[in-house]
Design a protein around this ligand. Structure first.
Ligand code: ADP
Ligand code: ASP
Ligand code: MG
Length: 412
């Protein structure tokens, strides 16, 4: 029988009632003749609560124990979903990541899926089981420890299963009815897209649009998984939601197709480091070893052989970054006067594959922000995106102003 993957996010499994609603959607697909793999997230808010407990207990925690704790939310919803389906007389059982097994790297808290042998689940399908409910977000390392895939990782679990089982489609059920030109919670003018190109979705996701985890889009692109985002709260037709697909299938042609933001950024500046060959390596090597996701980097103009180095990273990594720099200073690898952390910044980005061929996007973006009196602290560009770091208090204003400036509420 053809296989379908259906993933339900946190708000879609927030309580037993919502789980019943999701299970009914699964029932519809089972009735159509699909064997279904259901991937569930933890109940909404649960993972945040678990992360909070870990931080409270141990701020510079052992990531293996972090994973042991934060993976537990999905175990609960997987079991409850299987029970709900059984109550509906649909043969179902739950699987934790290690039982499948979902084999991952040992990069705890941000592990990558390496392999999902389908044999165990396929054997159950062959015996008449119709739904395999799998706990998202988690796997097992070569050392036999539980791993997690980074926040939002259940999306990646879903796409990886779709690839491993050659599923007909991977449906991501969430609390919005598709991918929008920007987060519909920030701009009421956000417009739902029927289709979006993999590359644009990849860029939007990596710049903060959390509707899909970045890695899930990468996998879908690589393994040609038919990926759809849709609402678990509405009756669904076969063409509901947003299809993430190849560039050629998308009709719209405009320089910018979406605005993304990332609220929890920090800007770190090392004051007065020696301006010498190898200084960047001496700074960013230890940061990388400490697992810091450095994003934007600027090296300022040097004076008297000293310079300032600025970089951005997620705000929850500031403590680790400071520690890594202090250690590097103590061991004599680098020398700096002071490390200043600005933890009140956010990143706003304009994304579009049309930028490759159309110029003027940066100019429009900077003019729009300047008209709103918003100061730009750092700029980064690539072929299909422009990002700026600004004070967090202006983030929503910036998103709305840019959405207006690029006329994204209108169909191109
Ligand atoms: P889930 O719990 O189902 O995984 P998430 O909260 O991870 O859901 O992702 C869905 C959320 O992503 C939406 O509620 C929305 O606020 C946010 N979002 C951000 N950018 C976008 C966008 N461009 N289109 C749709 N949703 C977006
Ligand atoms: N529960 C995890 C998180 O909140 C994984 C997910 O929901 O995708 O990040
Ligand atoms: Mg999510």
């Amino acid at each position: 029988m053809p296989v379908l993957v259906m993933k339900f996010g946190g708000t879609s499994v927030a309580n037993p009632d919502r789980i019943r609603r999701a299970a009914k959607r699964v029932g519809v697909e089972v009735a159509k003749g699909y064997d279904v793999i259901v991937i569930v997230s933890a109940m909404s808010g649960k993972t945040n609560e678990l992360v909070g407990w870990v931080n409270e207990t141990s701020p510079l925690y052992d990531a293996r124990e972090y994973d042991a704790v934060v993976s537990s939310g999905e175990n609960v919803t997987a079991g409850l979903m299987a029970l709900t389906l059984q109550e509906m007389d649909i043969p179902a059982r739950s699987w934790q990541g290690w039982q499948v097994p979902v084999k991952t790297t040992s990069a705890h808290a941000s592990a990558r899926i390496e392999d999902i042998p389908p044999a165990n689940i396929e054997a159950k399908f062959a015996e008449g089981m119709r739904v395999a409910v799998v706990a998202g977000f988690q796997g097992i390392s070569p050392e036999g420890r539980i791993t997690t895939l980074g926040r939002g990782g259940s999306d990646t679990t879903a796409v990886a299963f779709a690839a491993a089982f050659k599923a007909e489609r991977c449906d991501i059920y969430t609390d919005v009815d598709g991918v929008y030109t920007t987060d519909p919670r920030i701009s009421s003018k956000a417009r739902k897209l029927d289709k979006i190109a993999f590359e644009e979705m990849l860029e939007l996701a990596s710049l903060g649009a959390k509707v899909l985890q970045t890695r899930s889009v990468e996998l879908a692109m690589r393994y040609k998984v038919k990926l759809r985002v849709l609402s678990s709260f509405e009756e669904q037709s076969d063409d509901a939601g947003t299809l993430v697909c190849d560039e050629e299938e998308v009709m719209e042609n405009r320089p910018v197709s979406g605005i993304a933001y990332s609220r929890d950024e920090a800007k770190m500046t090392l004051l007065s480091v020696a301006d010498r060959p190898g200084i960047a390596a001496a700074i960013f090597g230890p940061l990388s070893e400490a697992g810091i996701n450095v994003d934007m980097i600027i090296q300022n103009i040097a004076e008297d052989g000293r310079t300032d180095m600025t970089f951005s990273c997620p705000v929850d990594q500031v403590k680790r970054a400071e520690k890594a720099m202090e250690n590097a200073k103590e061991s004599g690898e680098i020398n700096y006067h002071n490390l200043v952390a600005d933890t009140d910044v956010a990143k706003v980005s304009a994304v579009g594959i049309g930028m490759r061929s159309q110029s003027g996007v940066a100019a429009t973006m900077f003019k729009t922000l300047s008209d709103e009196g918003i100061n730009i602290k750092v700029i980064a560009t690539s072929e299909i995106k422009i990002s700026v770091l600004i004070d967090r208090k202006y983030m929503e204003l910036a998103v709305q102003a840019l959405h207006d400036a690029f006329e994204l509420e209108k169909q191109a």
